[in-house]
Design a protein around this ligand. Structure first.
Ligand SMILES: Cc1cc2nc3c(=O)[nH]c(=O)nc-3n(C[C@H](O)[C@H](O)[C@H](O)COP(=O)(O)OP(=O)(O)OC[C@H]3O[C@@H](n4cnc5c(N)ncnc54)[C@H](O)[C@@H]3O)c2cc1C
Length: 530
């Protein structure tokens, strides 16, 4: 069977496009994205990328900072590998034309929480956008790369889908829903790379893009790959609370510049700061402590949100330091120079995912993964700020190089059966999908959020089991739609998150459970085997 391309890549974020550019000199590549090419977490990244680039800093210090954030669960070999590869990855981006900020002829480096040195390269406060633009422009120019937006991967194609059934477990491509043609297509290749990003949309509030429904994690799991450390979900303390806009991040710099967290009026202590009761560093305590304190107050008082107030600072200072936030919120009727911002913590980063080795290889022959979809061993129990884009660059390149170097060993593409077209009935109950989606995100938020208990996790598990049955029936009987594909995956990852959380009998890093407040002496990954 003639493959669609030598290599298929699912995802046009930093990981997917880096892999594509590293393969294109020798192989034909098709990159698919479920929506617009630029609709990715990568394009939203604000802060920057961590790399040791300045005298006085050292690989050892970057490794130590990463291990400290990861609460000992990181794989030191992986951490060392990524940290040492970082300066070269930054140079590649500069060669592609990314206009990193500079000062006196040298890159301008900022410092972020958890880093012992200034080592974050950035493009003002929109680093991810500049990187995505540069990668996309280079990919669009390359004759060996085909970019295919609006193509929603449904499931990986394995030997089970071959005309001559095989149980080898090898992956030969995928089935995907074309939004344009409104039908399922079979795409095949000698290698497939999952670069589908995280699973943030399993939560009611998330800074991740709408498409972050854990599709790659769910597809790899169904194809027989191990999934690891899904209980480690990173929450950002301050996301705008708004009924329409559920993913607008209010940068930590607002607290850094004097923003105060207060209880809203109408409750005991309304209008007063609460962080000093939780930590002597108050609003400047580390991310997880601030997020936990906000969550505690919201749950204790039955609130929808708390207030973040910077209105006591000079209005010119506020508008010049936070022009984007000022404009965005003014458009929503909030003048931050005069009034507080309603905020909630929001899911921000998925530390767990598909188990990969240093070459981005998964458990399935022919299947690779890179970026937020993976659990590579880099982040451990908590991601250090600005290490995630770096992981995309290093593993995107590693997967590409391994494919190129081992081409002859990759599985041949057999004759594949087309998509089962017997499901021709359109559902007349689209509302069920929207309703179920909302239900999952709400109970994940309430029961599997920042502070967990075994009882709440079990409650979530019971709901998941019930909904899985309903969604499986729905999936069997009706024509697929992008919403149904995402819902099915969302339930799969919600189940993986809850099962992982239930199996960890300690509090470590981002997993905080009241029944097991202490940390066990030995750090062990949670590994789920299909
Ligand atoms: C608001 C925000 C700020 C951040 N700031 C930083 C920062 O400053 N520094 C840092 O290091 N990290 C930051 N991060 C994290 C970082 O941006 C992400 O971890 C990283 O960009 C993930 O890249 P990726 O290539 O793995 O996935 P993404 O960039 O999310 O790309 C995923 C791609 O997969 C596609 N896809 C998904 N499912 C399917 C499917 N079923 N079919 C077809 N295509 C599919 C999507 O369309 C998309 O193209 C931030 C994240 C957010 C949300």
């Amino acid at each position: 069977m003639k493959p669609t391309a030598d290599v298929l890549i699912v995802g046009s974020g930093a990981a997917g496009l880096t892999a594509a550019l590293n393969l294109a000199e020798t192989r034909s590549v098709a990159v698919i994205a479920k929506g617009a090419l630029g609709d990715s977490a990568s394009a939203r990244a604000q802060g920057g990328i961590a790399a040791v680039l300045e005298e006085g800093d050292s690989f050892e210090a970057h490794v130590n900072d990463t291990m400290t954030a990861g609460a000992g669960l990181n794989d030191i070999k992986v951490v060392e590998h990524v940290v040492e590869a970082a300066p070269r990855a930054i140079r590649h981006l500069i060669d592609l034309g990314v206009p990193f900020a500079s000062e006196n002829g040298a890159l301008h480096l900022t410092r972020e929480g958890g880093h012992s040195h200034r080592r974050i390269v950035h493009v003002a406060d929109a680093t991810g956008y500049a990187i995505s633009q540069a990668l996309e422009a280079a990919a669009a120019k390359h004759p060996n790369i085909t970019l295919v937006p609006d193509m929603v991967a449904i499931d990986l194609v394995t030997g089970r889908h071959a005309t001559h059934f095989s149980t080898s477990g090898a992956v030969h491509g995928l089935y995907a829903w074309s939004r344009k043609k409104k039908r399922v297509e079979t795409l095949t290749g000698r290698a497939t790379i999952l670069a589908t990003g995280g699973a943030g949309r399993a939560y009611l509030y998330s800074t991740a893009p709408r498409g972050a429904t854990g599709d790659g994690i769910a597809m790899a799991w169904r194809a027989g790959c191990r999934i690891s450390n899904m209980e480690f979900m990173q929450f950002h303390p301050t996301c705008l609370y708004n009924l329409e806009v559920k993913n607008f991040l209010i940068t930590e710099a607002v607290r850094g510049e004097g923003g105060q967290l207060k209880l809203p009026p109408g409750v005991k202590g309304g209008g007063k700061r609460f962080m000093p009761q939780f930590d002597e560093r108050a609003e400047l305590a580390p991310r997880d402590i601030v997020a936990r304190a906000i969550d505690h107050e919201i749950k204790r008082l039955g609130l929808d949100y708390v207030h973040l107030d910077i209105s006591h600072r000079d209005p010119d200072f506020v508008t010049s330091h936070f022009p984007n936030i000022y404009e965005k919120l003014l458009g929503l009727g909030i003048d931050i120079t005069k009034e507080p911002i309603p905020v909630v913590p929001a899911q921000h980063y998925t530390c767990g995912g598909v188990v990969v080795d240093l070459d981005g290889q998964t458990d399935a022959p022919g299947l690779y993964a890179a970026g937020e979809v993976t659990q590579s061993g880099l982040h451990g129990a908590n991601r250090l700020a600005s290490n995630s884009l770096l992981e995309c660059l290093v593993f995107g390149e590693a997967a590409a190089k391994h494919i190129a170097a081992n081409w002859g060993d990759l599985p041949e593409v057999p004759e594949i059966r087309g998509w089962d077209e017997s499901r021709v009935t359109d559902s007349d109950e689209e509302v069920v999908i929207a309703q179920t989606w909302g239900e999952i995100r709400r109970f994940m938020w309430n029961y599997v959020g920042i502070v967990r208990t075994t009882k709440r996790l079990e409650r979530a598990k019971r709901r998941i089991d019930m909904l899985r049955q309903e969604v499986a029936d729905y999936y069997r009987n009706f024509r697929v739609t992008p919403d149904l594909i995402e819902l099915r995956n969302l339930l799969e990852v919600a189940d993986l998150i809850v099962r992982s959380a239930l199996s960890r009998h300690e509090s470590r890093g981002l997993h905080y459970i009241l029944d097991y407040p202490g940390m066990l002496p030995e750090a062990k990954d949670t590994v789920l085997v299909p």
